[in-house]
Design a binder for this molecule. Structure first.
Ligand code: HEM
Length: 396
C-alpha cells in the first residue's frame, strides 16, 4: 500500500465546487482506494471520454479485480448485477429492450403528465404556505411520482425511494445494511412484475412482461434491470432539482433572467448539469488490456475512476469553467456519462428539470432560500445531496 497517495474520495473545495485536484494540470493521477489498492483518477474532459468509451476498459463488476470505491458499493454492485455493471453483448442485449421506451419522442409525450405532477406539488406548497422543506415536499416527489407513473408502480409505494436514499449511503453505510436495502428494492420490483403479469396496465412494466422482454431476458435479468431503472432515476434527479435550485438562487441575477426570458430554461438546465455534476463518487472501471491514456501508460488490471465533475470543469473543454452561466450555450458536458453506458434516462431527466424550472419561475418567482447558503448541509453521498432545503417565498 502506498500511503503517500491521496486517498479517494478527495475533499471538495466547497459544497458547490469539486476537489482542487480535479483542476490540476495532471489529467490522470494516482490515488489510493479504501482497501489500499491504487487506481487512476481521470479528471480531464478528453481523458474521461476516452476511458468511458475505450474497448480495453470494462464496467463488469463480476471481474475479480474490479476496483470499488467503498465496501458498501462493492456489496451493492456484486449483490445486484444490473446491465450498468455489464460489458459488450450482455449489456447491449438488455439495454436494447429498454431503449425504445426512453426515446426522445416517447418521453416528450409525458410532458403533460410531468407538468401535472409539478403543478400539483406547487399547489400543495402554496396551500401550506411558507416556509417549506423543498427537498421533502418537492424535489424528492417530482421524480418519485414521475417514475411511478412511467412504470405503473402504485403511488403509495413511493415512500421506498426516501427510505432507500436514507439507507444506502454508499460511503457510510455498513455493507450488510446496503444488502438489506437492496433486498427491499428487489422485493418491491418482484411484486411489481407479478402484479403486471396478472393485471396489466398502460405502462412500461406491463409492456415488458407481456412483450419481447420475456423472450430476450431471463427473469433474473428483467428483475435487476427494472430495479436499476426504478432507482437510477430518483436520487439523481431529486438531487439535481434541489442543488439546481440552490445554484440558481445563489446566482440571483440569473434566476431573474430566467423569469424575464423563459426561453433560457433548456440552456440553464444544461449548465446546471455541468456545473453541479452531482456524482461525488463516479462509477469506477477496470483496464482489461494495457493502453496509452494521454501521457500515462495504463496496465491491464489497473483501476480507473473517470470523474465527470472533473471533466465538466476542465478549462480545455469549458472556458472559465468555475463560472456558472446559463447563457454558456454548450451541451457537451458529461453529466450523463459517455460511451455505451451513457444515461438511458437522460431525456426523462431533462424533461423533469425543464418543466420544474418553467413552472417554478412562472408560479413561484419570489422563491428564496430561508437560510444562508453556507448553512445548507450538502452530504457527500455517492451523489451530492441536500438533506434539507428550507425555502420561503413572497406571493406578490
Ligand atoms: C446511467 C447520470 C437520471 C437511468 C447513467 C450514467 C450517468 C447517469 C452518469 C452512466 C453511469 C456509468 O457510466 O456507469 C444521470 C443523471 C440523472 C439521471 C445526472 C439526472 C439528472 C436518470 C433517469 C433514469 C436513468 C431519470 C431513468 C428513469 C439510467 C440507467 C443507466 C444510467 C438505466 C444505465 C445505462 C447503461 O448502463 O447502459 N446515468 N442519470 N437516469 N441512467 Fe441516469
Amino acid at each position: 500500500m502506498d500511503e503517500t497517495l491521496p486517498s479517494f474520495p478527495l475533499a471538495r473545495r466547497s459544497a458547490f465546487d469539486p476537489p482542487a485536484e480535479y483542476s490540476a494540470a495532471e489529467k490522470v493521477q494516482k490515488v489510493r482506494l479504501y482497501d489500499g489498492r491504487s487506481a487512476w483518477l481521470v479528471v480531464g474532459y478528453d481523458e474521461v471520454r476516452e476511458v468511458l468509451s475505450h474497448p480495453a476498459v470494462s464496467a463488469d463488476r463480476r471481474r475479480e479485480a474490479f476496483p470499488f470505491s467503498s465496501p458498501s458499493r462493492e456489496a451493492l454492485e456484486r449483490a445486484d448485477p444490473s446491465f450498468v455493471t455489464f460489458d459488450g453483448p450482455d449489456h447491449a442485449r438488455i439495454r436494447r429492450v429498454f431503449t425504445r421506451y426512453f426515446a426522445v419522442r416517447r418521453i416528450q409525450a409525458l410532458r403533460p403528465v410531468v407538468r401535472g405532477i409539478v403543478d400539483d406539488l406547487i399547489d400543495e406548497l402554496l396551500a401550506s404556505g411558507p416556509p417549506a422543506d423543498f427537498v421533502r415536499s418537492f424535489a424528492a416527489e417530482v421524480p418519485a411520482r414521475t417514475i411511478c407513473h412511467f412504470l405503473g408502480l402504485p403511488l403509495a409505494e413511493r415512500g421506498i425511494f426516501q427510505e432507500l436514499d436514507a439507507r444506502r449511503n454508499l460511503l457510510a453505510t455498513a455493507p450488510g445494511d446496503v444488502r438489506s436495502a437492496t433486498g427491499l428494492m428487489l422485493d418491491l420490483t418482484k411484486r411489481l412484475i407479478e402484479s403486471k403479469r396478472t393485471d396489466p396496465g398502460d405502462d412500461l412494466v406491463s409492456e415488458l412482461v407481456h412483450g419481447e422482454a420475456a423472450e430476450v431476458l431471463t427473469p433474473e435479468e428483467l428483475l435487476h434491470a427494472l430495479r436499476l431503472v426504478i432507482t437510477a432515476g430518483h436520487e439523481t434527479t431529486s438531487n439535481m432539482i434541489s442543488l439546481g435550485l440552490v445554484t440558481l438562487l445563489r446566482h440571483h441575477d440569473q434566476w431573474q433572467d430566467l423569469i424575464m426570458e423563459p426561453a433560457l430554461v433548456p440552456g440553464a438546465v444544461e449548465e446546471l448539469l455541468r456545473y453541479v455534476s452531482i456524482f461525488h463518487i463516479s462509477p469506477t472501471r477496470l483496464a482489461v488490456e494495457s493502453f496509452q491514456l494521454g501521457g500515462t501508460r495504463i496496465e491491464a488490471g489497473d483501476g480507473l475512476i473517470p470523474v465527470s465533475a472533473g471533466a465538466n470543469r476542465d478549462p480545455d473543454a469549458f472556458a472559465d469553467p468555475d463560472r456558472f452561466d446559463i447563457r454558456r450555450g454548450t451541451r457537451h458536458h458529461v453529466a450523463f456519462g459517455h460511451g455505451i453506458h451513457h444515461c438511458l434516462g437522460q431525456s426523462l431527466a431533462r424533461l423533469e428539470l425543464v418543466v420544474v424550472l418553467e413552472q417554478l419561475i412562472s408560479r413561484l418567482p419570489g422563491l428564496r432560500l430561508a437560510v444562508p447558503p453556507e448553512e445548507l448541509r450538502v452530504s457527500e453521498y455517492s451523489f451530492l445531496k441536500l438533506e434539507e432545503l428550507p425555502v420561503s417565498w413572497s406571493t406578490t
